[in-house]
Ligand binder design. Sequence first.
Ligand code: GCB
Length: 607
Amino acid sequence: MVRVILILLLLMNCNHIFGQDQIFTNVYHRDALSLNGHWNYIVDPYENGYYNYRYEPFDQQEHPWASAFFLNSKPKDKSDLIEYDFDKMDRLIVPGDWNLQKPNLLYYEGTIWYKKSFEFKKSKESSRVFLYIGASNYKTEVYLNGQKLGTHVGGFTPIQYEITNVIDDQENHLIIKVDNKRLKEGVPTLNTDWWNYGGITRDVKVFETPETLISNYSIQLSPDNPKIIEGEIRLNGSQIENQEVYLKIPELKLDKPIQSNADGNYTFEFKVQDLEHWSPDSPKLYRVELSTSEDRLVDSIGFRTIKTLGTDILLNGQSIFLKGISIHEESPLSGGRANNIEDAKILLGYAKALGCNFVRLAHYPHNEHMIRMADKMGLMVWEEIPVYWTIAWDNVQTYKNAQNQLSEVMDRDINRASVIIWSMANETPTSDERNLFLNKLATFAKAKDNTRLISAALEQKDYNNDPNTRTISDPFAEVVDILSFNQYIGWYDGTIEKCQKIKWEITQNKPVIISEFGAGAKYGLHGAKDERWTEEYQEYLYEETLKMLDQIEQLRGVSPWILMDFRSPRRVLPEIQDNFNRKGLISEKGEKKKAFFVLKNYYESKN
Ligand code: GCB
């Protein structure tokens, strides 16, 4: 009987791939032990440490062999057969993709096991302890002291497990299996135009909380009344009801207790005086303190409203034009995945130097440092999940996976004033299944957060078979708040002169953002303006495209493709691409191309 229950529990754990604890709000402001640094690793392309020779997962067996890597086994005596030893293995730096750390891993797609040993002493016996991994690409199995904590799917959102009953106050062994194999039914799917960086790519930490803690909260300006701050605070633990929960915003002289309602939630609505709204011109953040008798959290929160009215986007009630740029999460310092404050400062600093007030963080949720930096620097943000190109629309697990990734990033960033748009997808081909999938996602997003706008990077089409007139006929255009689409007239679609012929027939009464346009140029390559790959071609394309787009009456923003050249295995042209998509306005080494200044001038003209 016990055996049956154990096996059932193990199976439940495995099937339940999205079943981690809910991501807590504002983990970055909790005292934590950082597990960043060197980790030992084993490259395991055959998943030898995960499956036995009958291809059965070790972690679903009652008595797994010592060969299971998550056990961190050591020979008991000299006759004992153990065919691995983490402590004698080479090391990788966490956070960081493995591809750029070791030359033989540049193209690696498969499993790597990571191991870190650490000590952690709770400050109070009654405390709870949690493990937090900012992100790890793509499928992650987490084991602490030989016990499985769970499986997480998706490479760009946080992973969090409670480890109160697993952590030891002596030495702990954390073993993480990361598998970045691309999957047809995955999100993203097999085919993308970016590098499939594997590994534990974001910060890892262990933090302690009181038994009943402030787990989640959203605090924002009421979309209906910009003098009211409203929201909800949730506690987690055995005593969530009738607690004294306080919200304090010292600068606004707000210091109020919040009562729990019948279901143990703490919702509130407070009128405030002299509130300075967050905006790109004045990215005001307020110190917000939340406390209970046991727990205390501090955050920096900006307050603003974002809405659409007809064809306008209104920030704090004022019509705005989104002067944007698309950005991939690649480090301007070291290449590979960006993962720290310095990377964020440089990337967003370039956007500021361009004159942007908006960034499209493509094509997946970027690390939290980016979003917090955008809050501070005054850049509005489009956040996106990797529902990209040819997703398996009719696969139920694929949908659940996409929704889960969206939910996790929404939980993480719900209090960030900079985030104004949740984008559901990029360049996805219409079909009944796809429409259903995206409609469901949008309904989910709107129900979870009614204070932000929904969009998706759609595609444009010929209007009435006329190749010189373009329209948006995608049925998802009816669902989004902002009508965004990508277009590459002059690059994939004819040559640059074509821009002069194009007319637009946009029928939806909504603001339009051009979520992408661009041309490849190799920094330092000069020539005539009709010569592909030269800086002059890219410069000319920007000039002509911006003139063409200005004819769209309801144009309310652009986010050209892209800030910096980025690594992509699709881009193999020797001496030009060499594995980089060259549509950057800045090279991967930080050199500005001529088109950078065309866009900068355009944005200055919009002031
Ligand atoms: C697109 C995609 C983007 C590509 C870009 C390109 O439409 O959305 O991911 O990188 O075109 O350079 O082709």
